[in-house]
Design a protein around this ligand. Structure first.
Ligand code: UDP
Ligand code: LCN
Length: 805
């Protein structure tokens, strides 16, 4: 296939395509006429080769999708991540015209809803049209590196004169905590006064030993107009003052970013995660309750630790507060999700606060799926705002949303109270279902995607910054568009045509990958830390030769290494796929046993459609491939300490972790396993493809090619038999990768810096922000609210509903 860079930089697809078509006009005509008759495209090998040669091959390989509307074929070409160009080719004369995104979407709509496509007054949504002063990145390779770019852009805006630096002065003058000024007070009300005072202050502070506490010179600085917040020691105060002096004189991006990492502007954070059973115990493995909860609880611990460190280094004695706002579920089925407040384990000042979903009939008592939460969110946002103010006694400094529902609620509150907003998606649902936009009519009754995609656009466009776990989440890879990228242009026939939903080159996008709690997931080699008290239970879990509520199947040969997987029993997690690969591969079955932790065994206990189907499939695979004796199926496990030890016990067998998902947004289990020193094979579809460097820190497997994947796993174990050190090497390189890139410490530092820098940018960019916000508000009021009203509210279930685990 064509791989050479055949497009000249200066040329658009529309300019280069005519030449490309001319190169093999005869074959092209055949090919396009087949398109028209909708017969198999490129069925003849000879023609296929001709067509895929050269520039046209390159264009076709970069084509994301094509719509055939005789006599035209409209192509949406994606030459590089984030770039989209549309053309139409007339199949009769092979003429080529560039078309706008809107025209392309109309072609696509023609196939699904002709009436809507030809409606001249169809609603077009264009967020880019509302945003002309925000800078944009231009390189695919820079996508996700927004913080760095913003520092450069802000430095250039602040440079040149005292007037240019004034926004920085105003920002510092407004800093306060509970009515007390921080850093400077109103005596320093001009850039020149501040600059002069900084020079004197540096001299004052220099007279003290480096480790002298702030109190020793507090009064002298106060007389000059300085307040607390510069640092805890003379050395730190001097460094921060120097950073500010230099930034006022001629700002440099790196120093400006460093300065913002020190400014005392963040003490109270609110994190939103309404849906699911959000709790600290007995909730994992329930439908909709998976990694998002693990992520948020670890995130809170990491953020609190980092906040405490920063506050101490700022020389302040403020108590930070972090609240996680979630749904209160009266019928909590034995979990604590019916309690209003719960302190978060492992933190000093952080809490879960639960607010119920209210309807006209009162509080909704039962759990509802994440797809059905939209009618409750507006009221929830109001109630949540009241609760937050009641608990915090002040406005928070930063809001962080999670997933479509949490992001929408956080957006509403950020707008209302004027607070900096960061959003997180975990997974955007749009890319998980093929053609989920254009097949709206078919899918909406089941999934309410009209609400979800609308909510997603509102949140993305309200957010000051967007936190992603990987690059692929934003802009995909060479061959596959990213989750956010799929919101650049799409259409929901009958509802609206989105010609610009989000721009992946917007510097609001940042990659901050999560970690795994290293007090729970640590290497199997750290013998003195191992939780040996769990060993008898784990031994039973893995090897006890009987079926019960916790495990079925058994392992006859205890000497074999174990390949292990753990996930919710969703279709997309593909645990049934892994079971089938194993069942089919005699070589692999000879080498290793298979153990999976997933869901539970009785389909009648589930109220989740997908889960029921997967449970049934698991049972049929066990029979079909006669797996008993080599395979153990363990029900969902919710004790993370025991799970940590379980990964390590699998490592003791010299086994491996397998993550076979059809698509995985990030994949926390992958980094948990790697943290425990377990060599890991993970899907090449999504986040794990970035976490693991194939063959170096683990292995990629193709979930759509089971034979290839199971052979790759078998080859590894065969190699381990002949090369005794190979297993240890892969274990060590996996760990190295984690320590370099995937820790909560790195994450917390980055996210707090984002809150600080984007909070300032929000002030600098006030007018632009307001303009866009007005558009977002109109979209919310005129579109979202109607859609949410159409989502049915279920009858209240009278009795206590037990979660399905
Ligand atoms: N998990 C668990 N018990 C289970 C299944 C999963 O404790 O039975 C945990 C797992 O250790 C991980 C999280 O749930 O921390 C799953 O996160 P991941 O990102 O792998 O997938 P998600 O469920 O979020 O799609
Ligand atoms: C949701 C997912 O599907 C996973 O891929 C992530 O790891 C998890 O959330 C945490 O972000």
């Amino acid at each position: 296939m064509a791989s050479a860079p055949v497009l000249k930089r200066s040329e658009t697809i529309a300019e280069s395509m005519p030449d490309a078509l001319r190169q093999s006009r005869y074959h092209m005509r055949i090919c396009f006429s087949r398109y028209m008759s909708a017969s198999m495209f490129l069925s003849d090998k000879n023609e296929r080769q001709k067509v895929l040669e050269g520039l046209l091959g390159y264009i076709l390989c970069s084509t994301q999708e094509a719509a055939v509307v005789p006599p035209f074929v409209a192509f949406a070409v994606r030459p590089n991540p984030g770039f989209l160009e549309c053309v139409k080719v007339n199949s009769e004369d092979l003429s080529v015209d560039g078309i706008s995104v809107s025209e392309y979407l109309q072609f696509k709509e023609m196939i699904f809803d002709e009436k809507w496509a030809s409606n001249e007054n169809a609603l077009e949504v264009d967020f880019e049209a509302m945003d002309f002063s925000t800078p944009r990145l231009t390189l695919s390779s820079s996508i996700g590196n927004g913080l760095n770019y913003m520092s450069k852009f802000m430095s250039s805006k602040l440079r040149g004169s005292s007037d240019a630096a004034k926004p920085l002065l105003d920002y510092l003058l407004a800093l306060e905590h509970q009515g007390e000024n921080l850093m400077i007070n109103q005596t320093l009300d001009s850039v020149s006064k501040l600059q002069a005072a900084l020079i004197v202050a540096e001299v004052v502070v220099s007279a003290f030993p480096k480790d002298a506490p702030y109190q020793d010179f507090q009064q002298s600085l106060k007389r000059l107009g300085f307040e607390r917040g510069w640092g805890d020691t003379a050395e730190r105060v001097k460094e921060t003052m120097r950073m500010l002096s230099e930034s006022l004189q001629a700002p440099e991006p790196v120093k400006l970013e460093l300065l913002f990492s020190r400014i005392p502007n963040m003490f109270n954070i609110v994190i939103f995660s309404p849906h699911g059973y959000f709790g600290q115990s007995d909730v994992l493995g329930l439908p909709d309750t998976g990694g998002q909860i693990v992520y948020i609880l670890d995130q809170v611990r990491a953020l609190e630790e980092e906040l405490l460190l920063k506050i101490r280094q700022q020389g302040l004695s403020v108590k930070p507060q972090i609240l996680v706002i979630t749904r209160l579920i009266p019928q909590a089925g034995g979990t604590k999700c019916n309690q209003e407040v719960e302190p978060i384990f492992g933190t000093k000042h952080s809490h879960i606060v639960r607010v119920p979903f209210k309807t006209e009939k009162g509080v909704l008592p039962q759990w509802v799926s994440r797809f059905d939460v939209y009618p409750y969110l507006e009221r929830f946002a109001q109630d949540a705002a009241d609760k937050v103010l009641e608990y915090m006694d002040c406005k928070p400094d930063l809001l962080i949303g999670n997933y479509s529902d949490g992001n929408l609620v956080a957006s509403l509150m950020a707008q209302k109270l004027g607070i900096t907003l960061g959003t997180i998606a975990h997974a955007l649902e749009k890319t998980k279902y093929e053609d989920s936009d254009v097949k709206l009519k078919e899918l909406d009754p089941k999934y309410h995607f009209s609400c979800q995609f609308t909510a997603d656009m509102i949140a993305m466009n309200t957010a000051d910054f967007i936190i992603t776990s990987t690059y692929q989440e934003i802009a995909g890879s060479k061959d596959r568009p990213g989750q956010y990228e799929s919101h650049v242009a799409f259409t929901m026939p009958g509802l609206c045509r989105v010609v610009s939903g989000i721009n992946v080159f917007d510097p609001k996008f940042n990659i901050a990958s999560p970690g795994a709690d290293q007090t729970v997931y640590f290497p199997y080699t750290e013998k003195q830390k191992r939780l040996t008290s769990f060993h008898p239970a784990i031994e039973e879990l893995l090897y006890k030769n009987e079926d019960n509520n916790e495990h079925i199947g058994y392992l006859a040969d205890k000497k074999k290494p174990i390949i292990f997987s753990m996930a919710r029993l969703d279709t997309v997690k593909n645990i049934t796929g892994l079971t089938e690969w194993y069942g089919k591969n005699a070589k692999l079955r000879n080498l290793v046993n298979l153990v999976v932790v997933a869901g539970f065994f009785d389909p009648s206990k589930s109220n989740d459609r997908e889960e029921i189907a997967e449970i049934k499939k698991m049972h049929s695979l066990i029979d079909k491939y006669q797996l008993k004796g080599q395979f153990r199926w363990i029900a969902a496990q919710s004790d993370r300490y025991r799970n940590g030890e379980l990964y390590r016990c699998i490592a003791d067998t010299k086994g491996a972790f397998i993550q076979p998902a059809l698509y995985e947004a990030f994949g926390l289990t992958v980094i948990e396993a790697m943290n425990c020193g377990l060599p890991t094979f993970a899907t090449n579809q999504g986040g794990p493809a970035e976490i693991i460097v194939d063959g170096v820190s683990g292995f990629h497997i193709d979930p759509n090619n089971g034979d290839e994947s199971s052979n790759k796993i078998a080859d590894f174990f065969e190699k381990c038999k002949t090369d005794a050190d190979y297993w240890n090497k892969m274990s060590a390189t996996g760990l190295q990768r984690i320590y370099e890139c995937y820790t909560w410490k790195i994450y917390a530092n980055k996210v707090l810096n984002m809150g600080s820098v984007y909070g300032f940018w929000r002030q600098m960019n006030k007018e632009q922000k307001l303009l866009k916000q007005r558009y977002v508000e109109a979209f919310y009021n005129l579109q979202f609210r109607n859609l949410a009203r159409n989502v049915p509210i279920p009858g209240f279930t009278p009795s206590v509903q037990t979660p399905s685990a």
